[in-house]
Design a protein around this ligand. Structure first.
Ligand code: SF4
Length: 197
């Protein structure tokens, strides 16, 4: 990551860590800003209990599955994947963030996107799809179909938590990752290595 991107993210992070723009901050232990390296951007819904405790995104069971899925496509948060959520504070009891909470937090996600300038973004689940693309279609309908907005290609897919609940959805997500690898080689890095595709 360049010094400029690091500095911009650090500055934004300091702002987000002191944010109290919605009621979620009062009920969580800490703000989960996001982490990783420029490359593929991955957007989920919001922190769960493990993420809230550790201050890092996708570190519980769903996060471990996400890391495996990304690794199969040759993506790692240490090298070429940046992971963030629509809301940075944990909704109580893992409920869905409300429209107002998502709207309050979205400007931070947009700033992260502006700083990182990803060409491809993986959207995990219905909340990410609805909030980021203002889509009125469901995840089941749009999963696996590229969406383009302002020069960025978005691939909606199932959230890893949904895969834990229903493993029959895993092959669909694997198809989406293969699509991402193809497009990543085309648009970002022709030499991108993936162990399986
Ligand atoms: S969820 Fe986002 S908008 Fe709400 S308090 Fe946390 S950082 Fe601020």
């Amino acid at each position: 990551m360049s010094d400029q991107i690091t500095a911009q993210l650090d500055e934004l992070k300091a702002k987000v860590l002191s944010c109290q723009a919605c009621r979620l901050r009062a009920g969580c232990q800490q703000v989960v800003f996001g982490e990783g390296q420029p490359g593929l951007m991955v957007i989920g819904e919001g922190p769960g209990a493990d993420e809230d405790r550790l201050g890092r995104p996708f570190v519980g069971a769903a996060g471990q599955l996400l890391d495996k899925i990304l690794a199969a496509g040759g993506f790692k948060r240490e090298d070429n994947a940046y992971i963030a959520n629509v809301v940075k504070c944990r909704p109580p009891g893992n409920r869905l963030p409300s429209t107002e909470e998502s709207a309050a937090c979205l400007p931070y996600l947009h700033e992260q996107i502006q700083i990182l300038q990803p060409k491809i973004i993986l959207l995990l689940g219905a909340t990410a799809l609805r909030s980021v693309l203002q889509s009125t279609e469901g995840i089941t309908k749009l999963r696996g179909k590229w969406q383009e907005q302002e020069g960025i290609l978005y691939m909606p897919t199932f959230h890893p938590a949904a895969l834990l609940r229903d493993p029959r959805r895993k092959p669909a997500v694997w198809e989406d990752i293969q699509e991402i690898v193809k497009k990543y080689r085309e648009l970002v890095d022709p030499k991108h290595y993936s162990p399986y595709c």
